[in-house]
Design a protein around this ligand. Sequence first.
Ligand code: HEC
Length: 133
Amino acid sequence: MKNLSFLASALVAALAIPVLNGHAQEGKAVKALMMRKLENSQKVLEGVALNDFDRVAKHADELITISKATDWKVMKSPQYELYSNEFRRNAETLVQQAKNKNTDGMALAYVELTLNCVKCHKHVREVRMTRLD
Ligand code: HEC
């Protein structure tokens, strides 16, 4: 009987470890992606501030790529989808305005992108606070 319960808990541990590791790996990949998002948005700000159109276009383009990665879809909610689309559109506008060498257009698109960061994070916090698990 003792052996059986030992076997049972060993089995539970063996099953649980890969699951936990899987989640940890997933978390790391998401974190790395989110850090790339932060770095590229900071580079966009540098470009906007210095009126460096190539820098803005390059890093806004990176942001578009990042927003299409599988790890980007952290939650499945209509709002998350909405903010993701808005994010991509703002980044596309940044690329376009940089190509048009439109300084004011770039600045406005950057402000909109920043507001979008805050809105999506607020949504993520709200969903996590109200979730039961
Ligand atoms: C569509 C939603 C969405 C948008 C838009 C968004 N983020 Fe995030 N961001 C997330 C989610 C979700 C996480 C948290 C991932 C987790 O903890 O599971 C996150 C995490 C982060 C983190 C923390 C990374 C870490 O160390 O854990 C930073 C920094 C960040 N975002 C910056 C930004 C910036 C800057 C912008 C705008 C340029 C932005 N985000 C726009 C969804 C978004």
